[in-house]
Ligand binder design. Structure first.
Ligand code: GDP
Ligand code: MN
Length: 391
């Protein structure tokens, strides 16, 4: 789950990361009231959307007075902001974050990620952060310094000293950046985050380190362990289909292709996805039916695929195990087709527990399906149907 800036900052602050004083506002009136509470000489008004690149797209404004904050908020709220990271459709600004502006002497870049190659939490840093960081780093990846942490996030004193030195930090500045890193690492682990990004990490003229911007991504599979994040989950701008799927025991990611995927298990889901892409097709979704999903829940989510007019074919790839037996999925497909006006062709491959029974359900209910015993054949057929535009 992507956390917007103010949510990420709220969490980071709880673990000791310094952030500017700020308030969230949903209207120009509220923004002005927030500014009166904060009271400072210069304010920043920042569009809260689930993407970065706002600075270059006019999503970050400055004002000197509460009434100036109000006019900036009026310009931002209700507008669609298109940034390098939103895609061409942009995202509507529903809230702004009003902050006391920080006097920035130096801007660094910092992030915490899990390095996929080493499987270790890794601290990333660069001497020069700010709005141009992405462009600079893609032109010259060497500007990025990395420090692999131990699996529990503990910092080695000599290693962190070397890392701070590579970032061009010494004395008080190095000490306050180190303190910020320690706090950010604590937040990263405590929330099961997969990303914490602080850009810019600002140094003030008196050498304090402050997170002027922050983004976090929390591992969705860990959300059950974090009831404290429930309010953020409710606010998060998740895709409606993904929310419905999650409520129905199905891991689901909406994508922009035309092949609806009905698959159980994350591994089989990924493998099927790769096979479709290798065969030249475009999946409309990733699906992993959890073992706990019943046929009504699966039907609900298959129904979402049927309602999506960009989907030309449904590819079913089920491995029936002890928990998700094949007939549960066949019943679900039957329920969904019975309730839907759209009946795209089904390419069907199911093996394992109760496969023959499932097949008899598909036949008896006269579902528009073609059966395959092997995945390669099923995938090739689904891709061919999608490409021929058949319905
Ligand atoms: P992003 O473009 O979506 O990453 O938004 P940021 O929050 O990083 O803001 C963009 C840029 O605005 C930053 O890189 C800074 O240059 C500037 N900025 C944001 N907040 C402040 C602030 O409090 N003080 C100063 N001096 N600049 C700021
Ligand atoms: Mn930023």
């Amino acid at each position: 789950m992507y956390l917007s800036e103010y949510q990420a900052k709220e969490i980071l602050a709880q673990y000791g990361v310094s952030i500017p004083e700020g308030r969230i506002a949903g209207s120009p009136d509220e923004a002005e009231a927030c500014a009166r509470e904060i009271r400072c000489e210069k304010y920043v008004i920042k569009a809260q959307i689930s993407a970065g690149g706002r600075g270059l797209a006019g999503g970050v404004k400055f004002a000197a007075t509460p009434s100036g904050v109000r006019s900036s908020a009026t310009e931002l709220i209700g507008k669609r902001l298109v940034t390098e990271q939103t895609g061409p459709a942009g995202e509507e600004v529903k809230q702004v974050y009003v902050e006391a502006a920080v006097d920035i002497d130096r801007s660094l870049y910092a992030a915490l990620v899990i390095d996929q190659r080493t499987a270790l939490p890794t601290l990333l840093g660069a001497r020069e952060g700010g709005v141009d960081f992405e462009a600079s780093a893609s032109a010259n990846p060497d500007i990025l310094e990395t420090l692999a942490l131990s699996a529990d996030g503990a910092l080695d004193d000599a290693e962190i000293a070397g890392f701070l030195d590579r970032l061009g930090l010494s004395g008080d500045a190095a000490a306050s950046v180190k303190e910020l890193f320690v706090a950010a690492i604590r937040a990263f682990f405590a929330t099961d985050a997969s990303l914490v990004e602080i850009n810019p990490l600002a140094l003030t003229p008196d050498h304090r380190a402050i997170a002027v911007d922050a983004k976090m991504v929390i591992d969705d599979n860990a959300l059950a362990r974090h009831p404290e994040l429930d309010p953020f989950i409710r606010e998060a701008p998740t895709e409606e289909s993904e929310r419905i799927a999650r409520e129905n025991e199905i891991n689901f990611i909406k994508m922009d292709g035309d092949i609806g995927m009905v698959v159980n298990g994350a591994g089989l889901g990924l493998a099927t996805h790769d096979m479709v892409v290798d065969a030249g097709g475009k999946p409309a979704n990733f699906m992993d039916i959890r073992t706990t999903a019943n046929s009504f829940q699966i039907a609900k989510v298959v129904g979402l695929l049927l309602a999506d007019s960009s989907i030309k074919v449904i590819l079913v790839n089920i491995h029936g195990g002890g928990m998700t037996v094949c007939d549960t999925v066949a019943e679900a497909i039957n329920f969904a087709y019975a309730r839907s006006d759209r009946h795209p062709p089904i390419v069907y491959r199911a093996a394992g527990q109760n496969a023959p029974w499932a097949l008899s359900i598909m036949k008896n209910r006269r579902l528009p399906f073609e059966k395959f015993d092997d995945m390669t054949g099923a995938v090739a057929r689904a891709v061919a149907i999608a490409q021929s535009g058949a319905r």
